[in-house]
Write a new protein. Structure first.
Length: 341
């Protein structure tokens, strides 16, 4: 999300410790755990399409559970511990005006706990084997993985053809380990523009970075349909949601306009294929069917950034929303389980 409006208080930018510069592939889930749709996180969506209504009504509201954070992004539900992980972004600081960021562990209403104190992260996702957090990390202008067991960090994507990315923002991971991510320039700060003024969408397969599309103005949220056949990308600078056809090898073919949303930010998907797109300035989530029909909205009453499903049955939608310096977690119970990021 674009947080350029946060004033810099002169805080030092903490750098993540022990960053491994070796590019690594994201491990796929074990074959037994990959049963289910190709695009959904392993074990999340059972076979068959849920038929329950996803929303309690056409215009619903989420309840604020906890607040007081600087600027929250990238919620991920960790089922094993019953926690949310979120990125908490501070104000830009230092000569390069890079925003510090930490990953925090939440279980509202309990007090937040530090998880990675200097992650440099924005959007987060869960690796297919469930052992790592895949993060869009603007501190190193790349995509990183943080191992849940010891927080060790490795690099998934460092550059494209030798050129530094702008500031990777959000990520989506296919069940076989293919990673897709968006690269707007929201957190580039004063660092050099190596992309020639372009912002884009990229794919990482077996450690190799490929371009999906560099004509999208300020791409933001990104998600895959449960069957893995569609990649959704929100163009923040165009107020559009694009849909790309995805081939079995992870490459894409063509794009269409899926929907129109003002200031599209983060996104998640349920097991019926419904798409939950967060509108930052509207402070609400717009819910669309797989065909692009609007099913309803969920309001947070404040600026919103991202959403993820969680809870014991993954039917609770958690939404990060608020105002700078007082961001929080909102929640609403829904009728269909969904993705934990």
């Amino acid at each position: 999300m674009n947080v350029d409006s946060i004033a810099a208080p002169g805080r030092a930018v903490a750098r993540a410790a022990a960053v491994c510069l070796l590019l690594v592939a994201v491990p796929a889930a074990p074959a037994a755990a990959r049963e289910g749709p190709a695009g959904a996180p392993p074990g999340v969506c059972p076979a068959g399409i849920p038929t329950e209504p996803p929303l309690p009504g056409p215009a619903s509201s989420a309840t604020r559970l906890q607040g007081g954070f600087a600027f929250l992004e990238g919620p991920v539900w960790i089922a094993e511990t019953g926690h949310l992980l979120v990125s908490d972004l501070g104000a830009a600081a230092g000569p390069e005006q890079v925003q510090p960021s930490a990953i925090r562990r939440l279980a509202p209403p309990a007090a937040a706990e530090p998880f990675v104190t200097a992650s440099g992260s924005n959007g987060l996702a869960l690796s297919p084997d469930g052992q790592q957090i895949i993060a869009a990390t603007h501190d190193n202008r790349g995509v990183s993985a943080f191992r849940l067991s010891d927080r060790a960090r490795t690099v998934i994507a460092a550059d494209y053809q030798g050129r530094a990315f702008n500031s990777p923002n959000d990520v989506a991971v296919r069940s076989d380990g293919v990673v897709y991510f968006t690269d707007p320039d929201f957190q580039r700060g004063r660092r050099p523009d190596a992309m020639g003024g372009r912002t884009g969408v990229f794919r990482v397969l077996d450690g190799q970075v490929s371009l999906v599309d560099d004509t999208v103005r300020q791409p933001n949220g990104i998600a895959l349909s449960p069957d893995g056949s569609t990649l959704y990308v929100g163009a923040f600078g165009e107020n559009r949601i694009y849909a790309y056809a995805v081939r079995p090898d992870g490459s894409t073919a063509g794009r269409t306009v899926f929907a129109t949303v003002a200031s599209p930010d983060g996104v998640t998907v349920d097991c019926a294929g419904n798409v939950y797109w967060v509108s930052h300035h509207a402070g609400r989530v717009y819910v669309f069917s797989p065909a692009g029909a609007q099913l309803g909205t969920i309001s947070t009453g404040r600026q919103a950034t991202n959403a993820a499903f969680g809870g014991p049955d993954r039917r609770t939608l958690y939404i990060t929303a608020g105002s700078t310096g007082d961001y929080g977690i909102h929640a609403i119970a829904l009728g269909v389980p969904g993705y934990p990021y």
